[in-house]
Design a protein around this ligand. Sequence first.
Ligand SMILES: *Cc1c(COP(=O)(O)O)cnc(C)c1O
Length: 368
Amino acid sequence: MHIPLVDLKAQYHAHREQIDDAISSVIDESAFIGGEYVKLFEEQFAEFLGINNFVGCANGTDAIEIALRVLGIGRGDEVIVPAHTWISTSEAVTSVGATIVFADTLADTYTIDPVSVEGRITSRTKAIIPVHLYGCPCDMDSICSLAGKFDIKVIEDSAQAHGAIYRGKKVGTIGDAGTFSFYPGKNLGAYGDAGGMVFKREENAARARMMADHGRVGKHNHVIEGRNSRLDGLQAAILSAKLPNLEAWTLKRERVAARYAELLAPLELKLQKSPPESRHVHHIYAIQIEDRDATQNRMAARGIETGIHYPSALPFIKPYAHLNHIPKDFPVAHRVTSKVLSLPMYPELSDEQLHYIVNQLTEVMGLK
Ligand SMILES: *Cc1c(COP(=O)(O)O)cnc(C)c1O
């Protein structure tokens, strides 16, 4: 049996008609840039989040960068980001000319550790970018209370957490800004690059919209110098066709995660926990395992694709070598990233496939 890490074809085959129709409508109407499909998806996703304004853009990395600029973060400012995340989170900080300050992560949830954040706050700290890693909400109460105390902006990187909930609120809508990616493999994925952002203040959303479209408000009315980071019509129409299914897909992901937890229990592995009063949307299902790389190879030989998110904490990868960090600066992120292995996770995984995966893992670990 071959089991991929993510199966985008299974989802397409189940919803082919709606998606194909959406694509031909956009082409029929030449609604490639801007227009009604973009507007419609923006309204629908705002409603999904329970907020007033969602601003589409080209991808989830631009979304973070534009949000930083809108909130006035730039040269001379420090921005705290987790050591354990995808590189977009830190890249965006450098792109606006600000300085990256990494913080360690929590041992149970792998999300940014508020105590580590507090220890790294200086008079130049202007923003924190908590990442809802693998779909797990961060400890937003602690982060927002630090932000309030030290007058720091909070930008929630929600690229992996569409629909995740923290104390009754969808993630992305808790801080000053929230950013999303619709990269094809994300829980809500386009068929190419796409992203977007939300802001607590309406005027910031308007500014982001302007910034992502050459700084203009009308066709030739440029108010500032902006950039081109637009959500295109094809991607918007595909996302609108998919959005009504997101809740059903999330319920299936929760079922898969619960089943994994049951089946894996005898192996006594360390699994990611979520904070109280929260909904984890299981973008990634990671186990911690000694001998991770060998396990991955042995699983591959048995037809099971696994992933590593991510093989190293960011402070230790080449682009950040100049910061001269050592493992004991981020002991938890270092330990967790050296052990995490992501098992196949997508809504369509069957019980038979889950049994097969866990049986193979049990054999590979020499427990059977
Ligand atoms: C995917 C991702 C992004 C960026 O998304 P792109 O759309 O690929 O630019 C940002 N942050 C995190 C944590 C991600 O997983």
